[in-house]
Design a protein around this ligand. Structure first.
Ligand code: BYC
Ligand code: FE
Ligand code: FE
Length: 473
């Protein structure tokens, strides 16, 4: 279905047929724009940016490119096409028709899921708001802004659901999504990672690799939801998410490429030598990776969760690609969960599979994260260096779940608190690392030029050359 761009709020949900809903959303719209101006990308409101805007939700329609100023971006409401015959694919209501309305008894848990999802979208825009000032190239600057406007649109997607299906409560939640702010001492964002500062581009690429990938897994599991409008919203959001993770993966690969070039020029693997030459050494890269991976693991919630069990049972939230599993009810099935033993060993406990759904998601996520590591390690191998990168154990540096606060090394061994404190600086970014990375963040805006700490991308956007002026300042 084509999207109507002549309306105040572009949409493919027939907003004009529901005047009350349309008015309520038009009332929220200026508040969103106000938030964008104060909490969104700092400056650059007057720059022309080569952005992609959706003009339809089918394969052909969602990638239309043109020069746009960010405040003029047309944030809209787009659902993937529905299937009137769709049935519920898992849980206690398996096989029943998908819901077009919210069952009364599920209003509150469903609203909670939508609010939690919605909260992350503007949070990420807030986290990234200053990055434009230190962009390594116009190509990267454009990608940052593309991601920012799309995360803004994801907020719109959640606000639409809140307004359309949750009445007054939903409208209040929509207001609060603009009132909590990333890192705010009084009104922080809901989930931990979304309150972490993202003030340098190495963190930005780690965030888009690891944290946007949590988004992929959460969106995929909500795309299975029995509540059809949520499922359809998620399916369209996922098409946009792919680019965010592409930016992360290629960004990190370009950081490695540059480190390898410097190592080859200098004829040494030495971290200090690489730093002195203005590139990011692999040990620093690994420490940033350890931080963002472990923080993103926390986003899946506790290993043992009654919330997760009831979301699965009631049909609110399934597993990513639910169709790949044979058993969609998961009743009377046990999950073996390794957890820390008070005697400082590790014991395995059997828990009902439904209660372990957060861990099931987290495990698929870890496997997906490993693909990038494999590629980066091949890059290192081809360059002839012996250094390798690795994901730390999921037990390392956790703040949520059974491993929260248990001192573990990146290999997953439980160690003494004092040893952890002593060695933390080998494993997580130190103040000196952050200061060093920050010192590299000098803005480069000549078309086609790259900052000295990052390699050039392999190709430009939408078949344009890398030298294209992606942002006209
Ligand atoms: N930080 O039973 P538990 C994205 C809370 S990313 C702080 O363990 P549950 C994006 C939890 O809320 C995808 N608090 O967890 C990426 C609960 O609190 P209440 C975002 C945490 O409920 C990049 C309590 O602990 N989408 O889209 O099974 C850029 C006990 O919870 C954390 C979603 O998350 C944490 N890390 O599952 C832009 C999907 N973890 O309610 C965007 C929607 C847990 O008792 N959310 N808590 O006060 C959910 O599915 C679930 O709420 C969670 C947690 C997976 C987050
Ligand atoms: Fe998003
Ligand atoms: Fe994203």
């Amino acid at each position: 279905m084509a999207i109507n761009y002549s309306e105040k709020i572009p949409n493919n949900v027939n907003l004009t047929d529901d005047r009350t809903l349309q008015r309520a959303l038009e009332h929220w719209q200026p508040k969103f724009l106000q938030w964008w101006q104060t909490m969104g990308p700092s400056d650059f409101a007057g720059a022309d940016i080569y952005l992609r805007t959706a003009i339809g939700v089918d394969a052909a329609g969602w990638a239309s490119y043109g020069q746009v100023r960010m405040p003029d971006y047309r944030w809209g409401i787009f659902l993937a096409d529905g299937d009137p015959a769709r049935t519920i694919g898992f849980g206690d209501h398996m096989g029943e028709p998908a819901w077009q309305q919210v069952p009364g008894e599920l209003r509150s848990p469903l609203r909670r899921l939508i609010v939690t999802q919605g909260d992350t979208e503007p949070a990420s825009v807030e986290q990234q708001r200053l990055l434009g000032h230190s962009c390594p190239s116009l190509y990267d600057l454009r990608n940052l802004f593309q991601i920012n406007v799309e995360e803004g649109r994801h907020l719109w997607a959640m606000v639409y659901l809140l307004h359309a299906y949750f009445g007054r409560d939903g409208r209040e939640e929509a207001e609060e999504l603009l009132e909590r702010h990333s890192g705010d001492a009084d009104k922080p964002r809901i989930l931990g990672t979304f309150n972490e500062p993202v003030t340098d581009w190495l963190s930005f690429f780690m965030f888009t690799y690891f944290t946007d990938r949590d988004g992929k897994y959460q969106l995929k599991s909500l795309a299975e939801s029995a509540f059809d409008p949520l499922a359809r919203t998620m399916r369209f959001m996922l098409t946009e998410e792919a680019h965010h993770m592409f930016v992360g993966e290629t960004g990190l690969s370009r950081v490695i490429k540059r480190a390898l070039e410097v190592m080859a020029e200098l004829g040494t693997d030495d971290a200090m030598a690489v730093r002195n030459a203005g590139a990011i050494d692999l040990p620093t890269f690994q420490r940033y990776l350890n931080f963002w991976f472990s923080s993103s693991l926390d986003l899946f919630g506790s290993e043992v969760s009654s919330n997760a069990a009831s979301s699965f049972a009631t049909g609110l939230k399934g597993r990513p690609d639910e169709a790949q599993y044979d058993d969609h009810r998961c009743l009377d099935v046990a999950f073996e969960l390794a957890q820390p033993d008070p005697g400082r060993g590790i014991r395995t406990e059997s828990i009902p599979l439904r209660n372990a759904m957060n861990e099931v998601l987290r495990t698929s996520y870890v496997r997906d994260c490993e693909l990038g590591l494999k590629r980066w390690n091949r890059q290192l191998e081809r360059a002839g260096t012996g250094q390798r990168l690795a994901l730390p154990s999921p037990r390392f540096h956790r703040t949520i779940g059974v491993w929260a606060g248990v001192p573990c090394d990146p290999g997953g061994a439980i160690i003494d608190e004092s040893e952890y404190r002593r060695r933390e600086g080998e494993w997580l970014p130190t103040a000196a690392d952050r200061a060093f990375v920050k010192s590299l963040m000098q803005r480069v805006v000549a078309p086609g030029k790259m900052a000295g700490w990052i390699g050039a991308p392999e190709r430009g956007i939408n078949n344009l050359p890398i030298e294209y002026e992606y942002v006209r300042l």
